[in-house]
Write a protein that binds this ligand. Structure first.
Ligand SMILES: O=C(O)CCC(=O)C(=O)O
Ligand SMILES: [Fe+2]
Length: 424
């Protein structure tokens, strides 16, 4: 049977599915009519399951596969599935999505290498004073250059990540090639972006010389909602995430409500083997992300890794930035960089707070406002990243934060009225 005939038959049986999608499914099944029908049947059978977090059997197809009504039913309110590069990047302006990033052979070889390393360990951390253990494992990896350049300022052998100190291992030759592919892509993508929208981005060239390897040995192994800490990267960081093995959903949600609604939607992005996702400046500030446990496998176990997914998360650590991280005025512990977001009046203001609050469960209230101007101007001598004066604080408001923008409009209008009244 030729492709055209297969397509017309599929179209007859599944009139609600768009022709392009049917073709994509058919191609992804190696042209097998039978397998395409099986996949489609499985999906339509599943349609009545009322689970809020449905896992479709096929995840790389186009977004409008089942039409908006059916999709709503599948996802439950607030859960939005994004399948295509176009829909992902149009919905979340702070990410870009790159499928089949590496040559297939290289991706498979790296997956096998990472599986064989077996040096990842569970993390221990504190939530509200309670000791917790992660359900996924991590380890640190660094390039030769990074280890040399950052000696003295960033000690990756004793690097502090989510409450743990860990040893790092050096990139092998494949990881060195990947570092340079990723750096090239990041540099190219940054030239295409309007960086004036994220004014605090680091002006020094992004470097992928260090990564955290996250290992999820089963579909129940997960990483909870969080945004990556700004402390060692600075504001508006670029973070690159490369996925290997079993497909999982990378989930993102805004940290504050959309205008007129209380609950921000959760976006689910499937990240199959060899998918690269870049989070740009603003993503950590405005969104949280997680890898949720799955009720059932998304498509099928990965031919090399089964249920295991391995993710490499690259972050640029600038020794100049790190050397300026302030210490707490109260207890001399290092400080943590955060951005206020809960109350609309303060949303956008960056500040430093004592890291002992989370790392040592201490009650220390050490606090500074964060101030980035001198660092961004490239001054290398005698400046700090903090101020005691709130007026000097660096702040950033997302261009689509209508709640804050409306608040500011009203604030300045009231201020002008007040001034006018006073001068009369
Ligand atoms: O495994 C992933 O895709 C996410 C990893 C992550 O968010 C992190 O390491 O902070
Ligand atoms: Fe993260």
């Amino acid at each position: 049977m030729d492709t055209q005939t297969k397509l017309s038959l599929l179209k007859k049986s599944y009139p609600e599915v768009n022709q392009e999608v049917l073709l994509e499914l058919l191609l992804s099944c190696g042209g097998s009519f039978k397998r395409t029908v099986l996949l489609l049947n499985e999906q339509f059978d599943n349609e009545d399951t009322s689970s809020a977090f449905h896992t479709p059997s096929y995840q790389s197809s186009l977004n409008d596969l089942w039409g908006s009504n059916k999709r709503q039913k599948i996802e439950g309110s607030g859960n939005i599935m994004l399948y295509t590069k176009e829909s992902i990047e149009a919905t979340i302006p702070y990410v870009s999505y790159h499928k089949s990033f590496l040559p297939a052979e290289l991706a498979d070889r790296v997956l096998k290498y990472l599986l064989g390393l077996d040096i990842c360990t569970f993390n221990e951390f504190y939530i509200a004073g309670k000791k917790c253990i992660s359900t996924h494992k991590t380890c640190l990896m660094t390039s030769e250059d990074f280890a040399e350049e950052s000696a003295g300022t960033v000690n990756m052998n004793n690097f502090y990540i989510r409450g743990n100190t860990k040893k790092s291992i050096r990139y092998n030759s494949d990881l060195t090639v990947i570092q340079s592919l990723i750096q090239d892509l990041v540099h190219e993508m940054l030239t295409q972006r309007d960086l004036s929208k994220t004014p605090f981005h680091n002006r020094r060239p992004w470097n992928g010389g260090s990564l955290v390897c996250n290992r999820y040995d089963s579909i129940k192994s997960s990483l909870d909602w969080h945004s990556d800490r700004l402390t060692f990267m600075g504001p508006h960081p670029v973070i690159v995430s490369l996925s290997f093995g079993c497909t999982r959903y990378f989930r993102l949600r805004k940290i504050h409500p959309h205008k007129g609604s209380n609950l921000p939607p959760v976006y689910n992005i499937p990240v199959p083997h060899n998918t690269l996702l870049i989070m740009y400046g603003g993503c950590q500030e405005e969104y949280k992300h997680c890898v949720a446990p799955l009720p059932s496998i998304i498509d099928c176990p990965h031919p090399i890794s089964g249920e295991t997914r391995i993710n490499l998360t690259y972050r640029h650590y600038d020794p100049e930035w790190i050397s300026r991280i302030p210490t707490c005025p109260e207890c001399s512990e290092p400080m943590t960089l955060r951005r206020m977001f809960k109350k609309v009046e303060n949303r956008g203001k960056y500040y430093w707070s004592c890291s002992a609050q989370t790392s040592k469960n201490s009650e220390c209230k050490g606090f500074y406002w964060a101030k980035f101007d001198d660092y961004l101007e490239g001054k290398l001598k005698d400046y700090t990243l903090f101020s005691k004066d709130e007026d000097e604080c660096s702040q950033w408001i997302a261009e689509d934060d209508w709640v804050k923008l409306d608040y500011l409009k009203k604030y300045y209008k009231d201020l002008l009225l007040q001034r006018k009244k006073n001068s009369e």
